[in-house]
Design a binder for this molecule. Structure first.
Ligand code: GRF
Length: 325
């Protein structure tokens, strides 16, 4: 997804109230090299304060009251507005609604929320009073991926805020807000840019590669890769390539069955495949990872194929037998 040379990620921000986090996102999006832009501010509350600011700043807005309709109807209206605006991501910023399951599922991995506690502590409401009552030394805020369970999706980033002896829920809330305004734009930018982040891509690849039988990680010519077999005599089935030899690609190199196949892939799908220097000559194809719409299932299929190409027969046989069940 977006980096300096590519287009920005398009986000729709959903609010119900003051919208100060939305404002923080907005002004961050106007800084040089911002990774995202706000294409819509949508609310379930007609008079939400944040909408006025959004309009003043020339952002597109949408409101749809949830009163007197079902949760699904409300979600459908908000979702349609986000889709219409061309949003890649939905960013919840004080959107005080529980979302219907279908809506959450359709945006899985593309919807974020900010919650004013150090998750997994204090899901739900009244987080500041609960942190003070428990005698915690710190409160804070968390940015997480939205899943069907409230405030329980993967935490992407957190910021801590010290609790003072004389803090009330209100005074603490005010400081946590300031901290949130630093946290949310950064966390959203990192998240939408992860498709260009070699560390993130390598971590995903590593997980998939090492899930295959009898595999281990090994460096070769300065690049990490994965082998099947014993640590002593295993064979490589995948190499990670990070912008090698002037190439802009972050890729995994996997073994094709023939040079004809390699050349056909590169010719018909140049946005997905390329012939790498050096390894290309012996039938390895580059599967590009830093591209929009990357499908990890597809990467996994390639890892499996490549693993089969080089794995010893005793392992592929076992695997074939397991496949029959
Ligand atoms: C924030 O504290 C956020 O953590 C919570 O709702 C509040 C929204 O505040 N989910 P604002 O509308 O962004 O000022």
């Amino acid at each position: 997804m977006p980096d300096g040379s590519q287009s920005k990620a398009r986000i729709a921000v959903f609010i119900s109230g003051t919208g100060t986090n939305m404002a923080a996102l907005l002004y961050a999006s106007r800084l040089k090299d911002a990774a995202f832009e706000i294409v819509l501010v949508a609310s379930n509350v007609e008079g939400a304060e944040g909408l006025t600011l959004a309009r003043t700043e020339g952002l597109a807005t949408f409101t749809h009251s949830h009163k007197g309709i079902t949760r699904e109807e409300q979600d459908a209206a908000m979702e349609a507005a986000a889709v219409e605006a061309g949003a890649d991501y939905i960013v919840l910023a004080g959107y005080m609604r529980i979302l219907s399951q279908g809506f959450v599922e359709r945006w899985e991995g593309r919807m974020l929320n900010i919650h004013p506690s150090l998750l997994p502590k204090y899901k739900g409401l009244n987080t500041f009073a609960r942190a003070i009552e428990s005698g915690d030394s710190h409160a804070g805020s968390s940015v997480h991926i939205v899943t069907h369970e409230l405030d329980a999706g993967e935490v992407l980033a957190q910021v801590k805020v010290a609790i003072a002896a004389d803090d009330t829920a209100e005074s603490l809330a005010a400081r946590v807000k300031i901290a949130e305004h630093q946290l949310y734009p950064r966390a959203v930018a990192d998240y939408v840019s992860r498709g260009n982040d070699p560390d993130h891509l390598y971590a995903r690849l590593r997980e998939l590669a090492l899930a295959l039988p009898e595999t281990h990680e090994k460096t070769s010519h300065g690049s990490p890769g994965f082998r099947v077999g014993t640590v002593k005599s295993g064979k490589f089935f995948a190499h990670f390539s990070q912008m090698h030899h002037g190439s802009q690609h972050i890729a995994v190199l996997v073994k094709t069955s023939s040079m004809d196949e390699l050349l056909a892939l590169v010719e018909t799908q140049p946005e997905t495949y390329y012939k790498p220097d050096y390894y290309g000559a012996s039938g390895w194809v580059g599967v590009i990872l830093n591209r929009p719409g990357l499908d990890w299932d597809h990467v996994q299929d390639w890892l499996m194929r490549s693993w089969r190409e080089v794995a010893p027969a005793r392992l592929t046989k076992l695997h074939d037998a397991a496949d029959m069940f």
